[in-house]
Design a protein around this ligand. Structure first.
Ligand code: AMP
Ligand code: ZN
Ligand code: ZN
Length: 434
């Protein structure tokens, strides 16, 4: 049995006041109780304005907005029906896993937080960051992720995977975290989250992340609606049902706000749909750092004019811009980690060099423009702060962060999000149903 909400706020979960109280004279047990409360409170000072509710941020990588309500995920569909569901969450540019996930937890656009792609070179540091290894190097990660802010406020946090969670950022790490291991099943990830929730009060996280990549992996290889992708969604959905049961069994369901999001959507592609930059200009004059939905081009010294003449502008299946001239709505192009020329492929296509391999199994992709509805992600909110079922319009991914900060009761760091998008939801759920 978990402690009731008020005693959890006081940090009294391990105290056993009642039987003791009968044996000890009143002033003594009162003093002991106050002392115990004071000690426990020092360990986990509740931040100002914070509610004691836990916040669980769940990401299903690549889940497309229109997959909610399709019946593929009955647990997720039920959460959407009973809570708040957005028509879509519009990803930042580029619509890739690392930039988007780090935007979710900072409220900063990739141009500002510095994770400008899944893999990139940092000219100042002279090093390359890849989502595989150097993701553990804190120097790449700008801004302050919500778990660092929470830890500074004395709120224990735990990350069951999340880009950025393996690095020390802003002098902090999540209290509990795991090295990324894609082989961990959805059920195993949920078991870890529940195990963290079983920790003693002082260590028990109040902000948790939970990340699922099984759908993304299957959809890339086999297609968005392939049997393999549907099986991945079923496995994730079943694990989420176990999570909800686990919360119920611990008496935590009514004290946990659950936000279910995705970083971007997914589009079906044909492997042979590739445009080659070197069909316009041989690659001796430039280097290409990103291949795929977005290509990054760096002209060789002295070759800039030639390269720009050949590549800038609209082509049959892609378009290229100088980084400073990218469409303003993408808020992208000022970061030194972005190559001088950026090419964006049309949905369904790749843009790259002929020498670059195309993945052998390729049926699904993202990385296309955020305006494309196929790239739109998911937002569902459920829990005590979202008691009134509501449908809200599509919103920009940067607007999630002010809600995270408010739900935790921490002061938001400077960010690109608009607090007016989601914070009114909280007023609505506290007031009469609309
Ligand atoms: P992408 O589809 O290329 O944008 O990247 C998604 C893939 O990144 C997932 O399918 C995982 O294999 C991998 N990935 C996700 N999170 C992490 C992480 N924290 N560390 C390393 N790799 C990750
Ligand atoms: Zn992703
Ligand atoms: Zn992916």
């Amino acid at each position: 049995m978990r402690p009731p909400r008020e005693s959890a706020k006081l940090g009294l979960s391990n105290a056993k006041p009642f039987p003791m109280r009968l044996l000890i004279p009143r002033p003594a047990w009162l003093a002991a109780l106050l002392l115990l409360a004071a000690c426990a409170t020092t360990q986990t000072p509740p931040p100002e304005g914070a509610s004691a509710d836990a916040l669980l941020l769940v990401s299903i990588d690549g889940l497309r907005a229109d997959q909610i309500g399709s019946g593929a995920m009955p647990t997720v569909d039920a959460l959407a029906r009973q809570g708040v569901q957005a028509a879509a969450m519009i990803p930042s540019f580029p619509t890739l896993t690392f930039p988007s996930h780090y935007t979710l937890v900072t409220g900063l656009r990739p141009d500002r937080h510095g994770i400008v792609h899944n893999n990139f070179a940092d000219p100042a540091l002279g090093v390359f960051m890849s989502k595989r290894d150097s993701a553990r190097d804190g120097r790449f990660w700008g801004g302050e992720p919500i778990w660092s802010t929470a830890e500074k406020a004395g709120i224990p946090t735990a990350t069951m995977f999340w880009p950025g969670s393996e690095a020390e950022i802003a002098g902090q790490r999540p209290r509990h975290w795991r090295r990324y291991d894609g082989s961990l099943s959805p059920a195993q990830r949920v078991q870890q989250v529940l195990a963290w929730l079983d920790l003693p009060q002082a260590e028990r996280p109040r902000l948790l992340t939970l990340y699922f990549d099984q759908f993304d992996v299957a959809a890339h290889a086999k297609g968005t609606f392939s049997p393999e992708s549907m099986a991945a969604l079923r496995a994730i959905d079943y694990a989420l049902a176990q999570l909800l049961q686990g919360l119920d069994a611990r008496g935590l369901r009514q004290h946990t706000n659950l936000l279910l999001v995705s970083d971007h959507g997914m589009a079906d592609v044909r492997r042979e749909n590739v445009s080659f930059l070197d069909d316009r200009l041989p690659a001796v004059d430039y280097a290409v750092s990103w291949h795929g939905q977005i290509a990054g081009v760096t002209p060789q010294p002295g070759a800039a004019a030639r390269v720009e003449k050949a590549l800038l502008g609209r082509h049959e299946r892609y378009a290229c811009w100088r980084k400073a001239e990218l469409p303003a709505r993408w808020h992208y192009g000022s970061n030194p980690r972005i190559p001088p020329i950026v090419c964006q492929a049309d949905t369904g296509w790749r843009v790259q060099l002929r020498s670059h391999p195309v993945p052998p199994l390729l049926k699904g992709e993202h990385g296309y423009v955020p305006e494309d509805p196929q790239m739109h992600g998911v937002f569902i909110a459920s829990g005590p702060a979202f008691a009134t079922p509501r449908r809200i319009p599509a919103f920009d991914i940067v607007d999630l962060y002010p809600l995270l900060a408010r739900l935790l009761g921490v002061t938001p760091q400077p960010n690109d999000g608009n607090p007016d998008t989601l914070l009114p939801l909280l007023d609505a759920s506290e007031g009469p149903a609309r």
